[in-house]
Design a binder for this molecule. Structure first.
Ligand SMILES: [Fe+2]
Length: 156
């Protein structure tokens, strides 16, 4: 059925493209956070293990909400690891030989990358008259700012 929500077809396409790239970034960060939850070591193992579990669960919800936002705009959500790795701005890393500090620095950098991209996306989405997606991206930006703060606070 035709979608008539007051956003042009062209603008819905632009928002969906931004969201699919975001979906790729969120999936890569989810996998990386879960990897480090399993493989982090050191004096503060248990606290970091629990913190990373909390964050990968939060990212799991974000992944689902992002994919469903794309569907609400009448587009399909990217769903394969191959496509995520093609679209993402983030790099995968192997956990081998990484200290806990390095793992936390990597995650902070990834959250900050997503935050900077979201800040630009919000402006583009507003230009597309897509206030729903702009609001969604703003809320997400704040969630990433909080997760980045939680991680960064271990590094001072
Ligand atoms: Fe676990």
């Amino acid at each position: 059925m035709k979608i008539t929500i007051g956003i042009s077809k062209e603008n819905r396409q632009k928002s969906a493209d931004l969201l699919n790239t975001l979906l790729a970034d969120e999936n890569v960060l989810y996998a990386k956070t879960r990897n480090f939850h399993w493989n982090i070591t050191g004096d503060n193992f248990y606290g970091l293990h629990i913190l990373l579990e909390k964050q990968y669960k939060e990212l799991d919800v974000i992944v689902d909400d992002t994919a469903e936002r794309i569907r609400q705009l009448g587009h399909f959500a990217v769903g394969t690891m191959t496509d995520y790795l093609k679209l993402t701005h983030l790099l995968e890393v192997n956990h081998a030989d990484l200290t806990a500090r390095t793992m936390l620095e990597i995650l902070v950098n990834d959250h900050e990358t997503i935050i900077r991209i979201l800040r630009k996306d919000v402006i583009k989405e507003e230009a597309c008259q897509d206030s729903g997606t702009a609001d969604f991206a703003t809320t997400l930006l704040e969630k990433h700012e909080k997760m980045a703060w939680m991680l960064r606070s271990h590094l001072s």
